[in-house]
Structure formats: structure tokens, C-alpha cells
Write a protein that binds this ligand. Sequence first.
Ligand code: CO
Length: 347
Amino acid sequence: MRHNRPGLQQYFSASTRTPIQDLDGIITPNGLFYERHHAGIPAIDPAQHRLLVHGLVERPLLFTLAELRRFPSVSRIHFLECSGNPGFNVHGETAAIANGLVSCAEWTGVPLATVLQAAGLRDGAAWVVAEGADGAAMNRSVPLATCLDDALLVYSQNGERLRPEQGYPLRLLLPGYEGNMSIKWLRRLHVVREPAQSREETSKYTDLMPDGTARQFTFVMEAKSIITAPSGGQRLAQRGFHEITGIAWSGRGKVARVEVSVDDGHSWQEAALQEPVLTRALTRFRLPWRWDGESTVIPSRATDETGYVQPTLEALLAARGSQSGYHNNAITPWRILASGEVRHARL
Ligand code: CO
């Protein structure tokens, strides 16, 4: 769903959202995967595309795609979420508007560690600056430890080649980190001692606090859940049985538990989690419910395997204020009206 924001110059800087209220399971079809780009979608000839690995390495290397595909490959299922999903003053009319900048896919590529080991790391190597071949030359600095852990150089998504809007022919994937760091149209990996302090990590993807300072390098997307049905814009046609279902995820690992309240947070019930529960992947939850026809509010809250519990919006605002547009993982409460209509409880 294209979501045109007045502040963004369409179509050079744009985003499209996943209609999460209309999807089942945990895998997002490629045609419905959310998008965000800063300078349009480049048209890249894969035969001409190269990946340069240089800086604090023993051997600077320049790869064609065919050469990258010679490395042993892996496929893993992970979510990807925009750090601005949603802003702090956005109470979406639908689940897509409230939280549709999140998707999940099976990604295939080469562990970044394999390629860095081929280049050989030199003393002092501590960060890797990843750069895209788009018009914005989008770049982010990534801690070396992350690059050597679960980072992937990806060329396929859900079994087919990446689509142009997802970084064809090559992208970085940093599981659990804010989406903008998974650089698309990847052309360069610069191994360095210190982060680049680029535009994207000084002015753009920092979190302004109430005292005027800013949180910087806030990489991890914290645990979140959202009920996708029933959700805003939908309508319960009759009282009686309804399945409450939704998605949960955490950038720190697996979802341990999702609780759902059908009485505006006075009491909570544990939802069933769809197996297998995968690390840093969307997790589907379900709770059977009998609607009595009365108006009520249904929030959900996720707890991840580290014990972190998804906060209320009030708790998040008390801790960080509302100046930042990023890292809002607050609980989304849906209000069921007696008519059966569903609305965001804050609207
Ligand atoms: Co951040």
C-alpha cells in the first residue's frame, strides 16, 4: 500500500507498507513486502554490478555476483522493520498504517563473515561502512562483531532473486537491526576503525531526547506485537466466536510469550504461538475469543527471550519523549465498538 507522506518527495523518497491486516502466517509475499528508499529505485545491470571490500583488510577484493554465488550459501527467515514503524504521533486507522513497515522473508545469500574472512581482517578493524549504489549512496556503519555474527549478503528473497525495490542484485541483511542498516543495492564494504558518522547516523537515524541530546547507534528493534485481526477498519459481523490473531517479533531473539487482553488491559491471556518460533522472525499468535457484543479494547503485548516486555505508549513517552520519529514499539490497542467496527483506541 503506497503511503504518501507530505514531507517526502514522491517518488524519490518513498515508502510502501505491508497490508499486515490481510495476511496470514509469518512470510510476507515479495509483492507485498514493505519498501523504503531515499532516492528512488536504481536500475542495475547485474553483469556490471560489483561489490568492493577494502580498508583494513589483507587483500582488497572486488566481486562480481557470479563470484559471490560461488561461496557456500545459507537461507534464513528473518523480519525486517523500518526504525520509523511508526512515528510517535501516528495512531494508524489500520494495522498497515499503524505498523505496516514490517515484513518477514526467507533470505538466501552468503554469510558476511565468509567474505570478510576471504579478504582477511587487519589489526584495528572495528566497523564496516556499507554503501549502496542508489542515488542517495545510502550508507551505515556496522560494528564488526555484528558483521561476523549473523549478517548476510543477500541475493534472493522467498526463493526468487531480490526485486529492484529490495536491493537487486545484492543487499546487506542485519537480522534484528533497524531496516535502514540493511543496505540495498550494496556496492561497497569499507572496513575501518571508527564509524563514519555519516548523515544517516548523525542527523537522520538518531533519536532526539527531551533534554536535547540524541541517542545514536540505536540498532536493535525491540520486542513488539500487534493484533492484525480484528484490527482498525475491520468489522465484526456478529457476536460469538472470533479468532484474535497477530504478529510479534524481537530484534534480540525469539518471542517468548504474547499476551492478549479482551478487557482493556485489566486481565491478560496467553496466546498460542505458531511453531516454529524462529529467532528475529515474525511469530504468529492466536487466541480464541467469544465476543459478547459489548464495546471493549483489545491490546497485545510481547515478551522476548531476554525477558524484555513490550511497553505501553505512556511508558515509552515517559522514558524518551516524543521528539524522535524512531523506535516506537509501544502496544497498539484496538477498540471494538458495539456496532462491531474496530478503531485505534487512541483515535
Ligand atoms: Co535507531
